[in-house]
Design a binder for this molecule. Structure first.
Ligand SMILES: [Zn+2]
Length: 402
């Protein structure tokens, strides 16, 4: 027997999720789609309007007795998001249906210190309310943050961030929550990619898939049996720190020869910089292989081989139905992507490889941060697994590179 109050909250969540997925809708459409009675829908709508999630749109549907369409409240049904990465950070706002518009995106160079990072995030987010941090709560429901490194969910702390040590031993979500006066949830960046892809990208409806991020670091997110694999304390998936070169270069984690030091965009950039005799970024490195300015064949081959080793390891261990790859080098050239696939095919157990599709990821970390806070808000509203179920949200195109 479900308590009436809980049932009301579950109904509210269903109505809200329907509008998030379908856009402005009439009460009649909600009755049809949610399988609830008209009085139940009306009661849920009234509560959601009172709490600032929904508003009447001014548009109406149908002939005869037109019903006003309900939509997400423009002013108060919004969230904030932050992506922290080595080199660059992004911050912005999003609607409660996950839509991020480009004019609401800010980017800034990653500061040198943790204190400066906190200040920069606070400053960029407060821009959305004319600089008045204390009024953020009147427009936004929470903040989702994507962070690199090992995020220990039991300790609520980044215990080590190999590529951004200023986050070591810091509780970014708690600190931001305190400063901004908003609910704040942090997601490890590979987990963010995973959750974003499942809520808004190409993994909608998938229960067993993997997300291999080969951009800055090498991260892995696994959905198995419909759940994100977190391990004992949220630190599962760190395949980037297994040793593949016994006497390889020093990794940000302190070990030598980690997979992350050879199978990532960062590794490719490091080797291309060496070849070009100057420090370049990923876009310039990709441009250099296209222009033929230097003989980059060996560098590309080495990167492709190690990326294939990472792909093979993930498929052998987790047997995903689909493996999404996230990285700029792979996204830049279909031929390079195909070479990784061919090499992975040679290195993976044949039946496991045959059972797995390998695709480019469509999402990015910002969608993951948005999905993280929206999912968290929904879970707080009422318990339901429906949030992550097939077709639970619309596909959101994901401009932006992070
Ligand atoms: Zn390492």
């Amino acid at each position: 027997m479900v308590a009436p109050e809980l049932l009301s909250k579950i109904n509210e969540r269903r109505v809200l999720e329907f509008i998030q997925a379908s856009g402005p809708s009439s009460r009649a459409a909600m009755v049809r789609a949610c399988g609830m009675s008209a009085p139940t829908v009306s009661k849920a709508v009234a509560s959601l309007v009172r709490r600032g999630f929904l508003e009447e749109s001014g548009l109406s549907e149908g002939f005869g007795r037109p019903g006003k369409l309900l939509q997400l409240s423009e002013q108060t049904a919004n969230v904030l998001w932050v992506v922290v990465d080595a080199g660059m950070c992004w911050a912005g706002s999003a609607r409660l249906d996950g839509e991020v518009s480009e004019e609401n995106v800010r980017s800034f160079s990653t500061p040198e210190t943790y204190a400066e990072l906190l200040s920069a995030i606070e400053q960029h987010l407060s821009d959305f309310v004319g600089g008045e941090v204390s009024t953020l709560g009147s427009r936004f429901r929470g903040v989702g943050v994507s962070v690199p490194g090992l995020l220990n969910s039991r300790l609520d702390r980044t215990v080590i961030s190999p590529n951004l040590h200023l986050l070591d031993d810091q509780s970014l979500a708690s600190e931001l929550s305190r400063r901004l006066g908003l609910r704040c949830v942090a997601l490890q960046e590979s987990h963010a990619l995973c959750v974003g892809e499942r809520m808004y990208g190409a993994a909608r409806g998938m229960d067993d898939f993997a997300m291999l991020d080969v951009s800055t670091g090498l991260g892995l997110g696994i959905f198995s049996g419909g759940r994100l694999l977190t391990g004992n304390s949220g630190m599962a998936g760190e395949i980037g720190h297994i040793t593949v070169e016994r006497a390889g270069i020093r990794c940000g984690c302190g070990n030598r020869g980690c997979l992350e030091t050879v199978a990532t965009d960062s590794a490719f950039v490091r080797e291309m910089s060496h070849l070009l005799g100057k420090s370049v970024g990923i876009n310039e490195a990709i441009h250099a292989i296209r222009s033929g300015r230097v003989d980059s064949a060996a560098v590309v081959e080495r990167t492709v081989d190690y990326m294939a080793i990472a792909v093979a390891a993930v498929i052998n261990v987790f047997n995903p139905s689909t493996l999404f790859l996230h990285g700029k080098l792979l996204a830049s050239d279909q031929a390079i992507f195909d070479r990784v696939l061919a090499e992975a095919g040679r290195r993976t157990l044949k039946p496991s490889f045959a059972d797995c599709r390998i695709l480019q990821s469509q999402g990015n970390k910002r969608l993951g941060a948005v999905a993280g806070i929206i999912g968290n808000l929904a879970d707080e509203m009422a318990p339901s697994m429906a949030w992550f179920e097939p077709g639970g949200a619309k596909t959101i195109s994901a401009p932006g590179g992070e």
